[in-house]
Design a protein around this ligand. Structure first.
Ligand SMILES: Cc1cc2nc3c(=O)[nH]c(=O)nc-3n(C[C@H](O)[C@H](O)[C@H](O)COP(=O)(O)OP(=O)(O)OC[C@H]3O[C@@H](n4cnc5c(N)ncnc54)[C@H](O)[C@@H]3O)c2cc1C
Length: 511
């Protein structure tokens, strides 16, 4: 078919960004700052915010202080608390969307169903729930913690009560006076438990593995402090810098010297002992792995909630549901009206990967059957001009993901500049050797980290036990590694030269 006829079939943009959480919105701001306006943001939901739109459970808040858990280019002097709640983070992202003029670019209710690389035209053909389009470059920012994971529990489908996941909270369901089972003890569950414990008649916590919990130094940021931040923007930067620096100094202990974390374990034990006086309960709540192996959780209200008389801690995971009875793996039973799953997300099996078909006709998921890997956390071999934001091994155990997102956006900006410099219809495809070398370095460094040596299983590890999630270094190292695109790590693809012909009616077509 003549190219110009084909092009007319659907819209073509230079860049298609998928997702409008911190990653997608950050990419959109960056594109505009680079002078690129020919782009769209495809979002399956009806509003922006990603994580902070979908997670509205009681008590939902960030566990990295707000002044660090926000964009460096959009400081917010008005954060109300050191760890702000979901509604404030969501409002912040709505504000960023308006201030940077992103709305005209966003297509809501546009779920990306499939993206296929067209090797002849060097572009991505994108099928969405609201129509088709094509793009020279795709920025996939669909989120590491975006697709809720609910375990396959025998009998769950016949449970007569209410069931929902923490990321899909049913606000129409009134928990007051109900008997509720909370499944899981991760970052979401430990925020939910203290928030609902005073409301429910009985709370049964089904804990497969206890978490290490440190107190959360949360406090309201006073009006005076906020006024200072507004009047002297440098003070917001300074605050952010301090928060960042402290976390940066902690990294070595996680990545190189897990033994040094022993004293933090003592602090966590003391934190528990201050509140949990019953030795049997303390034993249930004490982890048998090194602190930091799983995400360290921050809460000053979790243990106080667990010692309340209407709470039962079952030190065993949910194994079966019989009628309205939840049955733990150790045989403990409890009759409940509702089950809340705080069981996390599809992380190492990134759902978008099944929908992306690369140069060799294979999906990204098929390419990643041995585990996710991407050059500098962004580019997989055989998927030209396709960048993942928060791709493999870009997660952090102790600091703000926004730092990593912004590093990846630097890389994206340079990538687009390089395409411009190369000129014409061109694409960059990460060389398999470069991807392998990058991944080898990452996995070598991973061997010493607490995530791999701490004696736990966690959502950082994939089915084969490989850590494809966390970055085994400082955020500064990642910033350095993503400053520029090294063209020697990529194959440059060019579209075959056009052969022009003239039809009988005089129109020029290309074959
Ligand atoms: C409860 C909770 C608390 C957290 N707290 C912190 C914290 O304190 N500090 C920290 O650093 N990190 C935290 N995180 C991690 C958090 O996920 C990241 O910090 C960040 O918000 C991720 O942004 P994102 O844009 O990559 O993904 P998301 O915010 O998940 O956004 C992805 C977007 O892509 C859209 N999407 C997905 N698939 C498609 C598709 N096929 N088509 C179209 N659109 C699609 C989704 O609807 C969503 O809007 C937390 C996560 C959770 C769940």
């Amino acid at each position: 078919m003549a190219e110009h006829e084909h092009e007319r079939e659907h819209e073509h943009v230079r860049v298609a960004v998928v997702g409008s959480g911190f990653g997608g919105l950050g990419a959109a701001v960056r594109l505009r700052r680079e002078g690129i306006t020919d782009f769209v943001v495809l979002e399956r939901a009806g509003s922006v915010g990603g994580t902070w739109r979908d997670n509205s459970y009681p008590g939902c808040a960030c566990d990295v202080p707000s002044h660090l858990y926000s964009f460096s280019f959009a400081p917010n002097p008005d954060w109300p608390r050191s760890f702000s709640g979901q509604e404030h983070i969501r409002a912040y992202l709505e504000h960023v969307t308006d201030v940077f003029g992103l709305r005209p670019h966003i297509r809501f209710d546009s779920e990306v169903k499939r993206m296929v690389w067209d090797a002849e035209r060097l572009r991505w053909d994108i099928e969405t729930s609201s129509g088709n389009l094509s793009a020279d470059v795709v920025v996939s920012a669909t989120g590491p913690l975006s697709e809720p994971k609910t375990p396959d529990i025998p009998g769950l489908d016949t449970f007569p009560g209410k069931v929902f996941h923490s990321a899909r909270w049913d606000h129409d369901y009134d928990l007051r006076g109900k008997r509720v089972a909370v499944v899981g003890t991760g970052a979401s569950a430990i925020q939910i438990v203290p928030s609902i414990q005073p409301l429910v008649s009985r709370l049964t916590l089904l804990q497969r593995t206890p978490a290490w919990v440190l107190p959360r130094a949360d406090r309201a940021i006073s009006a005076a402090e906020r006024a200072v931040h507004r009047a002297l923007p440098l003070t917001t930067k300074l605050r952010r810098g301090l928060l960042w620096g402290v976390r940066e100094l902690q990294v070595q202990a996680f990545t190189k010297h897990p033994g040094e974390l022993g004293f933090v374990e003592q602090l966590a034990k003391r934190n528990m002992a201050r509140v949990v006086k019953d030795p049997a309960l303390r034993a249930k709540l004490t982890p048998d792995y090194r602190i930091g192996c799983k995400r360290i959780l921050l809460s000053s209200t979790y243990y106080p909630a667990l010692v309340q008389p209407n709470v039962d801690v079952v030190a065993s995971g949910l194994s079966e549901v019989r009628g309205s009875t939840v049955v733990a793996a150790d045989g403990t039973e409890a009759e409940v009206d509702a089950i809340v799953f705080g069981t996390g997300f599809h992380v190492t099996d990134m759902p978008i990967a099944e929908r992306v078909v690369g140069a060799e006709g294979r999906t990204l998921a098929e390419t990643w059957t041995g585990g996710m890997q991407a050059l500098r956390g962004a580019a997989a071999a055989g998927f030209p001009n396709f960048m993942t934001v928060i791709g493999p091994n870009t997660g952090l155990g102790n600091s703000s993901m926004i730092l990593m997102i912004e590093s990846q956006l630097n890389y994206l900006a340079d990538y687009l500049r390089q395409l411009d410099v190369l000129g014409g219809r061109v694409a960059l495809d990460a060389r398999p050797s470069a991807v392998r070398a990058w991944n080898h370095r990452v996995q070598q460094r991973m061997k010493r980290t607490v995530w791999n040596t701490g004696g736990c299983t966690s959502w950082y590890l994939d089915a084969s036990g490989r850590n494809t999630t966390v970055w085994p270094g400082t955020t500064t190292e990642f910033r350095r590694a993503t400053r520029h695109v090294d063209l020697s790590e990529y194959a440059v693809l060019r579209a075959p030269a056009k052969r022009a012909a003239v039809t009988r009616d005089g129109a020029e077509v290309t074959a």
